[in-house]
Design a protein around this ligand. Structure first.
Ligand code: SF4
Length: 381
């Protein structure tokens, strides 16, 4: 079933709400849901709340009332992503690997890259995106810990993003199509509709917490939801790992804001790291063409396809290009970050337990099996 996402109806969005209801109504399925960082600062708009209202607790409560067996936080896996991506950066630095390293959380950007820059396919990080990591960890770590048959688990991702629907179907993300890491993706707008269909009075819900094992997160993971956030989160961890010192000021202001391209030089342990942040694929193309021709040199680049990053994603309540509305969502993301007792991914105790009890070394053999992926050269279009 599809719904129109453009005024002429020429472009259709895959609607998967019926698939979610079917899974929830099937007593043989153990249905797990996860929510991306940007969803919690936009979902309230679907219920008349001001843009930038943080509704994390109400969202968790609504998901339980819809009947999900467990409610997990994609933010947990965003912390795992930083453990892997920062390790990958350090590994490349130590071993003379190719730089810049590019973030790989955004499937629209990854697909664009595969078509447009196949000669640079060795520079993106090989990390899966956070919701794919959470999917595979649910069907391995969580399933083994609680003795659940992973084939009976359905993982539903609530995303700000339409491209994640396509990403979940990529054959390399999971053990073939028999057991993909993530089974169903619905958007923030589709979740609003489900909550209304169920007759839940969202505004009156009491706050609830995510479920254990895959529900704990730091401020670093929350900022994944806005442009510059993934790079800032990675730098919080990479700085401490490279220097062995505590990073006192965790905010990297130069990476924040709505400029299409932001550049900064970050000194760490006597070396200047050249970093860049872009959102919008036109800006990404501009930077990558400079890398291709050797005109520009960077160490780390974050690229997101949507305006403002995931807060402005195609699955969010429509923003119609309203920059003030996007800023309100971004401010809420930074407020949530400030409210967290821990703000660096490598300090997340649940993530540390995952590595100690199950994965072993970050960027090690098991981490590669579960948390990393590969890219495909595609025809230039
Ligand atoms: Fe999806 Fe847009 Fe976020 Fe990319 S930036 S992951 S396309 S919502």
């Amino acid at each position: 079933q599809c719904v129109a996402v453009c005024p002429t109806g020429a472009l259709m969005e895959l609607d998967q709400v019926d698939k979610v209801w079917k899974a929830l109504n099937d007593p043989t399925r153990f249905v797990v849901v996860q929510t991306a960082p940007a969803v919690r600062v936009a979902l309230g708009e679907g219920f008349g709340l001001e843009p930038g209202t943080i509704v994390t607790g109400k969202m968790v409560s609504a998901l339980r009332r819809l009947g999900f067996d467990r409610v997990f936080d994609t933010d947990f896996a965003a912390d795992v992503t930083i453990m892997e991506e920062a390790s990958e950066l350090v590994h490349r630095l130590k071993n003379g690997g190719r730089l810049p390293i590019l973030t790989s959380c955004c499937p629209a950007w990854v697909k664009f890259f595969e078509h447009q820059f196949p000669d640079l396919l060795d520079i993106p990080s090989t990390c899966k995106s956070p919701h794919e990591m959470l999917g595979v960890l649910t069907k391995s770590y969580y399933a083994e810990t609680y003795g659940i048959d992973p084939k009976k688990i359905t993982v539903v991702s609530i995303m700000p993003c339409i491209a994640k629907k396509y990403e979940a179907a990529r054959p390399e993300l999971g053990q073939s199509q028999v057991m993909p890491d993530v089974d169903i993706v619905i958007t923030t707008r589709e979740l609003s509709r489900m909550i209304r269909e169920a007759g839940i009075h969202f505004e009156h819900l009491k706050d609830e917490e995510f479920d254990d094992l895959l529900g704990e997160s730091t401020g670093a993971s929350v900022i994944f939801g806005t442009t510059g956030g993934v790079l800032e989160a990675a730098l919080r961890t990479a700085y401490e790992w490279i220097t062995g010192e505590t990073l006192e000021k965790v905010e990297f202001e130069a990476l924040r804001g709505m400029d299409g391209i932001k550049e900064a030089i970050i000194p760490i342990a006597g070396r200047d790291y050249r970093v860049a942040v872009t959102h919008g694929l036109g800006h990404a193309r501009y930077i990558l063409e400079k890398i291709q021709t050797g005109e520009a040199h960077y160490d780390v680049i974050e690229i997101m396809a949507c305006p403002g990053g995931c807060i402005g994603g195609g699955g969010q309540p429509y923003h119609h290009g309203n920059v003030e509305l996007l800023k309100a969502r971004a401010n809420a993301i930074y407020e949530e970050d400030r409210s967290k007792p821990l703000r660096k991914s490598h300090e997340n105790p649940a993530v540390l337990a995952l590595y100690k009890d199950y994965i072993g070394e970050p960027y090690g053999e098991r981490a590669h099996q579960l948390l990393h992926t590969s890219f495909t050269k595609r025809r230039k279009i």
